[in-house]
Write a new protein. Structure first.
Length: 525
């Protein structure tokens, strides 16, 4: 993966990131700090740019989003700054404008975690200072559970075992024993469960730090190692257990992988388990000590798969705080502290692809023919604009969710119609970050490309103009999950790409590096 640093202006985005299932609509909880303004920042273009939310003005701690990004929530954290009292804020326009939800009288302290279902209903609210779980039905608050001590994490499974909720509760003080409770009826009743131990034999339970996630019917919890007076960890760990076994209270925990440091947050995308490894506190020393930061992942679909670390983040000792993984686009967002000046957000780039059915100009039996991209295999000769015919080195596909609206964003599909592109043989559908090769660009396009990509790119002596920035291309409004494809051609340079003809239009290919390291697609052998 390659990461783009998205800087905020005079703020410290240091707590959580949330968004819709496509990765288009995003919100970040922003902390108050000396010389900085707290609140919520939002993005409606996949994180390419961010703006402050209107009407919120809080020191934010937690955020949540519906699956389509229309309904969002943010919490105020009274312990971190003087900007506002504790409260819950709601947005119904993707994070731009916010109104406060009346809180239960007498409730105070840090509202650390919020969860909502896919429709945006506010289900469970964690009050850290009181150790209480509250729900809100739109008019009244109900206290579902009071565990007396601090609540550190919450996880919800709405698929394999519907309505299963797991919370991690830790006693205050230096020698308290962490506990886990689970509910199978949306918080109506709760059951105590044992946590995994540090090697068994009566050893102290692992200290759990805000890290519970579900995937494919498995619950994963991130551990900080043994619970000690100093809260430090020398052997962080991720443990797993079947959701069904948790619901039945027949729990057997199994280790997944050691991280070496605190598991600040864990998320799942497909078969990949992503682990953020850092020091105990998200507000630790600046910069973090050598080796503390890291994004680690393991392929859960391959037994015994090796643990790998993202070299960019690991080598720069980023103290990872929170990660958001969109369901379909594969974007990963990190909140980290790169230096003494504060925090930033990093995002990965991928999915430069054609919709299945796109026809690519190839050479077959010494004749130029257009082949559906899904029928092309490694070794097929593809015509390039300047370098003759080149063999396909890599080709593959992935899935992408496309919304049914007409909002412009990078992470969606666009259609190039024959009426706007005379060279087309038929309409072409491609992703918003896939570039059309053009001889000239306007000043506005130049500015937009610089904003999205950081600089201007050229392939085969023509400018790369992303479809989302080309006024001739229109948002593709067929909602659903679509199969998308791309290919890389043989090239002496690992970073080089070519211009090729898709449905008659000159467009870019992926480089071998892009398709291998950044696309997230499944390659055809």
């Amino acid at each position: 993966m390659s990461w783009t640093d998205v800087q905020f202006s005079n703020v410290v985005p240091s707590y959580q990131i949330a968004g819709d299932s496509t990765g288009q609509y995003l919100i970040a909880a922003v902390a108050f700090d000396s010389g900085h303004t707290g609140g919520v920042y939002y993005s409606n273009n996949g994180g390419a740019s961010w703006g402050p939310a209107s009407g919120v003005g809080i020191t934010a701690c937690a955020v949540a989003s519906s699956s389509n990004g229309a309904v969002m929530y943010a919490s105020a954290n009274i312990a971190l700054g003087p900007l506002s009292p504790t409260g819950i804020y709601k947005s119904i326009d993707g994070g731009e404008h916010w109104t406060q939800i009346p809180t239960q009288p007498g409730v105070s302290g840090q509202i650390k975690t919020i969860t909502c279902n896919s429709d945006g209903d506010l289900n469970s609210l964690i009050i850290l200072s009181g150790g209480s779980v509250w729900s809100f039905n739109g008019t009244t608050w109900t206290e579902n559970f009071d565990v007396t001590y601090e609540i550190q994490a919450i996880g919800r499974d709405n698929t394999i075992t519907p309505n299963l909720t797991v919370i991690i509760n830790i006693r205050t003080g230096s020698h308290g024993s962490p506990q886990m409770y689970h509910s199978t009826d949306n918080g109506g009743t709760w059951t105590f469960s044992e946590l995994p131990t540090a090697g068994g034999g009566g050893a102290a339970p692992f200290y759990i730090y805000s890290s519970v996630t579900f995937g494919n019917g498995i619950c994963y919890i991130g551990s900080a190692g043994t619970f000690t007076t100093s809260f430090l960890s020398s052997n962080g760990l991720v443990q797993s257990c079947s959701s069904a076994n948790i619901a039945a209270n027949t729990i057997t925990w199994a280790p997944v992988t050691a991280t070496g440091y605190f598991c600040n947050n864990i998320q799942i995308f497909g078969d990949q388990l992503y682990i953020l490894s850092g020091s105990f506190s998200s507000l630790a020393s600046f910069p973090p000590s050598s080796g503390l930061g890291g994004l680690i992942n393991v392929n859960l679909g391959i037994p015994g798969a090796p643990v790998t670390a993202d070299p960019f983040i690991t080598n720069n000792n980023y103290n990872c705080v929170n990660i958001y993984v969109s369901e379909y686009s594969g974007l990963r967002f990190l909140s980290v502290n790169p230096d003494t000046d504060g925090y930033s957000i990093l995002r990965s780039n991928n999915n430069i692809c054609f919709k299945e059915g796109t026809k690519i100009l190839c050479l077959v039996d010494n004749k130029e023919v257009y082949l559906p991209i899904e029928t092309i295999t490694p070794g097929t000769l593809v015509k390039t604009s300047l370098d003759g015919y080149k063999k396909v080195d890599m080709i593959g596909s992935s899935k992408m969710y496309n919304p049914g609206n007409t909002l412009h964003s990078m992470k969606r599909l666009y259609v190039c119609k024959q009426a706007n592109y005379p060279e087309l043989l038929e309409n072409l559908v491609l992703t918003g970050d896939h570039s059309i090769l053009v001889p000239d660009i306007t000043e506005k396009q130049r500015a937009d490309i610089n904003e999205y990509m950081g600089r201007i790119f050229v392939t085969d002596r023509k400018y790369r103009l992303m479809a989302c920035l080309d006024s001739r291309a229109e948002p593709y409004t067929e909602e659903g999950i679509h199969t998308i494809w791309n290919l890389a051609l043989e090239n002496e340079s690992y970073y080089g790409n070519y211009g090729i003809y898709a449905n008659g239009l000159l467009v870019e290919t992926c480089s071998r590096r892009m398709i291998k390291e950044m696309s997230g697609i499944e390659l055809i052998e």
